[in-house]
Design a protein around this ligand. Structure first.
Ligand SMILES: C[S@@+](CC[C@H](N)C(=O)[O-])C[C@H]1O[C@@H](n2cnc3c(N)ncnc32)[C@H](O)[C@@H]1O
Length: 308
């Protein structure tokens, strides 16, 4: 079930895109809806790449982006980047540019001036704002004469009962102008719309885990009309504190949220699928790293053809 789509108003005819840190392709999903051709994707995760290929018929390049050279990047008008958030998150101790997981993004920032894509979009956690890496990105964009806007978006802005706040940077030069972002205020949809009718018993949290960690869990009663879930992380399957909400069961227990339910909450199409070889924890891990598809569509719609 796809509850709704951001209305496509920008003409992307013949626009090509490169997706860096492609994961399971939230960008590719949004690009398909807007007629943008993804000409290359890059990610070093084998399971992410298998999933990407199954859904978008494009084989991502299994390449470590720490050392990618601009000559390896195909020509494209749009770049999408969702680099690892650990250098900017509390969980990753906010080591910023000192974190080795920031090297790939710092390398791509250096490639911007060599390729000069007409538009560039970046996703990260709110802790990215004000970091040294953020400063370097803004300096490079200013040096290359990009117009830039930054916006915080959460699935709740699109009426989805899940909190997953993220920070986005959109930059544009020449081909598109940037519209002033207005935070969407879509009507709220109840959590029950996104949940499986007959949840699998295998999702039930084991008694032992409930007894040990139960008090630290966010257990949500889906019958409550204003119920919402908190952000799922890639460690959700371990079921530890702050890794994502659980759903209350009538018998007093709780269950995990299934991968198809998270796919719907993130705005992936109903036909999105994982290769059978990817385990349940593997699916949670990949979904925990992904992005709200509606937010990507919304950002792309901030690009307006110059002179339009
Ligand atoms: C935040 S996730 C992005 C997820 C993606 N946007 C999606 O829609 O699923 C970061 C991704 O970057 C990949 N990654 C991290 N470091 C990398 C590197 N040095 N080179 C290539 N890929 C990397 C990870 O495998 C992961 O899929």
């Amino acid at each position: 079930m796809r509850v709704s789509t951001v209305q496509a108003i920008t003409d992307f005819k013949a626009a090509r895109a490169v997706e860096f840190f492609s994961g399971i392709g939230a960008f590719a999903q949004a690009a398909r809806a807007l007629n943008i051709e993804v000409v290359a994707a890059f990610d070093q995760s084998q399971s992410a790449n298998l999933t990407y290929r199954l859904n978008y018929r494009l084989e991502p390049k299994a390449r470590n982006l720490d050392s990618l050279d601009f000559k390896e990047i195909p020509e494209a008008e749009i770049w999408w980047m969702s680099p690892p958030c650990t250098p900017f998150s509390v969980r990753g101790k906010r080591r910023d540019e000192e974190d080795p997981r920031a090297i790939s993004f710092l390398n791509l920032i250096k490639q911007i001036g060599r390729c000069l894509p007409a538009a560039l979009l970046v996703e990260n956690v709110s802790g990215f704002v004000g970091s040294q890496v953020h400063k370097r990105l803004r300096e490079e964009l200013a040096f290359c004469r990009y117009a830039v806007c930054e916006v915080d978006l959460c699935p709740t802005d699109f009426g989805v009962p899940m909190r997953r706040p993220r920070h986005f940077v959109v930059a544009s030069r020449q081909r598109w102008q940037l519209k002033v972002p207005e935070i969407p205020r879509w009507p709220a949809v109840e959590l029950g719309h996104y949940l499986d009718r007959e949840p699998d018993a295998a999702l039930t949290v084991e008694n032992e885990i409930m007894q040990r960690y139960g008090r630290g869990f966010d257990i949500v009663d889906s019958a409550y009309s204003a119920a919402y879930l908190t952000c799922f992380t890639s460690g959700y399957w371990r079921c530890r504190k702050a890794s994502g909400s659980l759903i209350a069961l009538p018998n007093g227990g709780a269950r995990r949220v299934s991968p198809p339910e998270i796919q719907r909450l993130l705005g992936f199409c109903p036909d999105f699928q994982f290769p059978e070889s990817i385990s349940l924890p593997g699916r949670w891990r990949l979904l925990g790293n992904s992005v709200d598809v509606r937010a990507v569509e919304y950002l792309l719609n901030l690009l307006e053809l110059s002179g339009a």
